[in-house]
Design a protein around this ligand. Structure first.
Ligand code: SAM
Length: 451
């Protein structure tokens, strides 16, 4: 989501005549878009900002702005640590950045002394509708991000996002579909729908039709766009996976065989303390319903280790759940206390060394599972959407329907196309292979999984 917000600001600045330079050492203005989910992310951003501000000694006109969640969370208080920052812009004000920058630069050019930093972290009604149509000219990426909502109304005991991103607000469905159509017309072949809790999309604005939630209605409309090959979405909430969404996976062909389904913990006791509105049985039921809809379904998740009160037995429940689901991938977070959240003052805070050790153990478990699932695909032919050159620039990369990164030799004309790739080798997170002859039967991941 931050990448998407940064792209939007960059596009607005480009439209004003600013140029995006590839090397941060060459810029006159640097905007840091920040995250507050864990304290480590904030400390990293503060460290980076401090380092960058030293540049003002030899480049007095250099402008440094801090955008996004940390700006929202800490506001003007950031100036105590970073007195020379020029802009502090919150999560509902990204669209104001070009005006603020223009004003700042115009004042400086006119020789008007600009004393204090510009700080704007107010809530703004309708700001969800300003994050749109961010791409000018041809789309550079085959996979485009489309923001469908902002904010979050959940009540998770650990999470600062409702504070930094505000109340849940959805964009109108027709606007989203128009933006997707425009992106496809400009070359996008995959759309990633983005929001804090995408499965809650439009629940206060649109009626359920025949038990179909507004989110699934949106998926149906995006699925109908000609020329679009794939739809993905993140982040959903397990609460949103009712029968209509499992059914959508069975009937909408552009939804791939991958779901990111944040679980947070495998222990019912900890889930309750986290204020997550499901238990492990319900979670496993959702996984089963999605695998019933698409047998090859791959899952990824978010897990927090060391939440206050988490015992060794709770942690073992999480390990057991991971084995049962058989995830392709997981983001494992060491619990980080966030001021103002209920969990920050709960009893039973888990010592750092214990969080560290549980993090290590779980990552080891998950790595072994991911490798086994990757290796099960060796020898199959997968449908891959070609995204562009790989990191080395020597080969090409794309993703399977199950969201596995795949590296192979191809030609630039294949970028944006679906191609069959025979998998010959697999690492934990990447498949390697070669283009299969035209007409080679796509052996689905289903077949591999059932082997
Ligand atoms: N939509 C997701 C859900 O199901 O609630 C939340 C997305 S959240 C922005 C990204 C992830 O950060 C969460 O799923 C959680 O695992 C992690 N996270 C949030 N707060 C955290 C905290 N205080 N400490 C550690 N990890 C945290």
């Amino acid at each position: 989501m931050n990448e998407r917000d940064s792209d939007a600001v960059a596009a607005m600045l480009r439209a004003r005549g600013y140029r995006i330079v590839p090397d941060e050492d060459d810029c006159d203005v640097l905007l840091l878009n920040t995250c507050s989910v864990r304290d480590a992310a904030e400390q990293k951003a503060i460290g980076k900002a401090g380092y960058l501000l030293a540049r003002k000694k030899h480049q007095p006109d250099f402008v440094l702005g801090i955008l996004g969640c940390m700006a929202q969370n800490r506001g003007a208080e950031l100036l105590d640590r970073l007195p020379d920052v020029d802009l502090i812009i919150g999560t509902q004000k990204f669209h104001r950045v070009p005006d603020y920058l223009d004003n700042l630069r115009a004042a400086r050019e006119a020789g008007i002394p600009v004393g204090a930093a510009i700080v704007d972290t107010e809530a703004e009604a309708g700001s969800q509708n300003t994050i749109r149509d961010h791409l000018e000219g041809p789309v550079e990426k085959v996979c485009a991000f489309v923001s469908i909502q902002q904010g979050c109304n959940m009540d998770c005991a650990f999470c600062i996002v409702p504070t930094t991103r505000g109340d849940e607000r959805s964009r109108p469905m027709a606007d989203i579909v128009r933006e997707c159509e425009a992106l496809v017309a400009r070359g996008a072949r995959e759309i990633m729908l983005l929001g804090q809790i995408v499965t809650s999309y439009g629940r206060r604005d649109y009626a359920h039709t025949g038990n179909v939630t507004p989110f699934v209605q949106l998926l149906e409309q995006v699925n109908a766009i000609p020329g679009l090959e794939r739809i993905r979405f993140t982040s959903p909430h397990p609460r949103g996976f009712r029968a209509d969404l499992a059914d959508a996976f069975a009937r909408l062909p552009k939804l791939g065989e991958h779901v990111h389904l944040p679980v947070q913990s495998g222990s019912d006791r900890i889930l309750k303390a986290m204020r997550r509105p499901y238990g492990r049985d319900r979670y496993l039921e959702i996984v089963a319903s999605l695998r019933a809809a698409r047998p090859a379904m791959a899952f990824s998740t978010d897990i927090i280790v060391g939440f206050p009160g988490e015992t060794d037995a709770d942690f073992e429940e999480t390990r057991r759940l991971c084995r049962e689901v058989d995830y392709d991938m997981a983001y494992v977070f060491k619990y980080s206390g966030r001021t103002g959240t209920p969990a920050a003052t709960m009893e039973g805070q888990v010592p750092e060394e214990v969080r560290e050790e549980r993090n290590r153990v779980l990552l080891e478990d998950l790595k072994a599972g991911s490798l086994r699932r990757s290796q099960a695909l060796v020898g199959t032919v997968q449908e891959v959407l070609v995204e562009g050159p790989d990191k080395t620039g020597l080969r090409f990369m794309g993703r399977t329907r199950g969201n596995r990164a795949t590296v192979f030799e191809a030609a630039p004309r294949l970028v944006g196309r679906l191609v069959p790739v025979e998998v010959t080798r697999a690492s934990v997170s990447t498949l390697y292979g070669h283009l299969a002859p035209a007409g080679a039967g796509l052996q689905s991941a289903e077949a591999a999984v059932s082997l």
